[in-house]
Design a protein around this ligand. Structure first.
Ligand SMILES: C[S@@+](CC[C@H](N)C(=O)[O-])C[C@H]1O[C@@H](n2cnc3c(N)ncnc32)[C@H](O)[C@@H]1O
Length: 321
């Protein structure tokens, strides 16, 4: 039985948990895969094609992956171990974590070390990747819980191997030229969902928020790709907490909609009232249902353990790495 590889980041909006479902609808034979909103790369590292492109506007995350690519795995692990030692990081030493975080944030953005950021994330609350509007990493300490543990190390070793041949970029999707994509190539789009609040799309994290105009421009781009015979799959939600994305609901009628059975609200925090329903969908411009992934499993050791309520009331997933 095969497994899906897990990103070494617990990226908000990451698709790891949904991979067995969404990948059943991915095209079987394609030479090029373009992950337009790649985030933590949970999706693209699990796709087997000759050429993979991964883009995300968040240059902090892209810089970490580019830095990983420059180093051998031995060099990377050595750097991480040395930072942990120098800054005296462990699961209980909050003071060291705060000092390390202040050091990282004190540097101008262009001088910051992406490996330091990765190590910070490893000791932070729920391993999350969170910045404020001043581009300061502001995730609190992951007391008694987060550390660069053996499981993280193992995930990183797999991940490092998988990203070797990926071409990374960090552009706003509005500015990307996708003219080189040809008939039969495949683009996956996992944008911020306009009617949910992820901390990457509230406009308060040093990156612009996601608006209805972004949705519309993305739909135009996907229509254009469709006209050229490029295959696409779009993840999104049509309904969340009683709100509907009507533009999406209307636009998707031209294509195929696959319901993704994943309910964020299966927890004690919320009643199962209709108002709290989240309807997650995958929209494709082709129909190809292959059950190749039926026998795949999520790597059981990085299991999903609980749902926690964030400060803004949203439910987030907590992984035990
Ligand atoms: C739902 S997350 C993607 C998660 C990813 N599929 C994964 O599994 O980790 C959406 C991503 O879109 C990125 N993003 C937001 N606005 C963008 C834009 N205008 N252009 C490109 N990327 C953008 C965010 O930084 C975020 O990483």
């Amino acid at each position: 039985m095969s497994v899906f590889y897990k990103s070494p980041l617990n990226y908000i909006g990451g698709k790891y948990k949904m991979l067995p479902q969404i990948m059943n609808f991915f095209p079987r034979n394609t030479n090029v895969m373009y992950d337009l909103f790649a985030g933590g790369c949970d999706v693209c590292i699990n796709v087997n094609t000759d050429k993979i492109f991964a883009n995300d506007i968040n240059f902090f995350v892209v810089d970490i992956f580019k830095e990983f690519q420059k180093l051998t795995i031995e060099e990377l692990l050595e750097k991480i171990d040395s930072l942990i030692k120098v800054w005296d990081l462990n699961m209980t030493n909050k003071e060291s974590y705060i000092k390390f975080r202040s050091h990282y944030n004190s540097l101008p953005v262009e001088k910051r070390n992406p490996i330091e950021l990765y190590v910070l994330v490893c000791y932070s609350f729920n391993y999350q990747f969170r910045f404020n509007n001043k581009h300061e990493f502001n995730n609190p300490f992951g007391k008694n819980r987060s550390s660069f543990n053996p499981k993280m190390r193992q995930n990183l070793i797999y991940f490092h191997q998988k990203i070797k041949s990926i071409t990374f970029s960090s552009f706003n999707f509005h500015d990307i030229n996708l003219d080189f994509l040809e008939e039969g190539d495949f683009l996956y789009a996992d944008p911020p969902y306009r009617i949910t609040t992820g901390s990457y799309n509230d406009g308060k994290r040093g990156f612009e928020g996601w608006s209805v105009n972004d949705d519309r421009e993305l739909f135009n781009l996907l229509d254009e790709l469709n006209n050229r015979g490029v295959k696409f799959a779009l993840s999104n939600v049509t309904e969340h907490k009683g709100e509907k994305n009507n533009e999406l609901i209307e636009w998707k009628e031209k294509y195929y909609t696959h319901e993704i059975n994943y309910n964020y609200n299966n927890s004690n925090y919320h009643s199962q009232s209709k108002n709290y329903q989240t309807k997650e969908v995958l929209i494709t411009n082709y129909l190809e249902e292959n059950n190749d992934y039926e026998n795949f499993r999520l790597d059981s050791k990085s299991r999903f353990v609980e749902k926690i309520k964030s400060r803004n009331g949203d439910i987030q997933l907590q992984f035990d790495f």
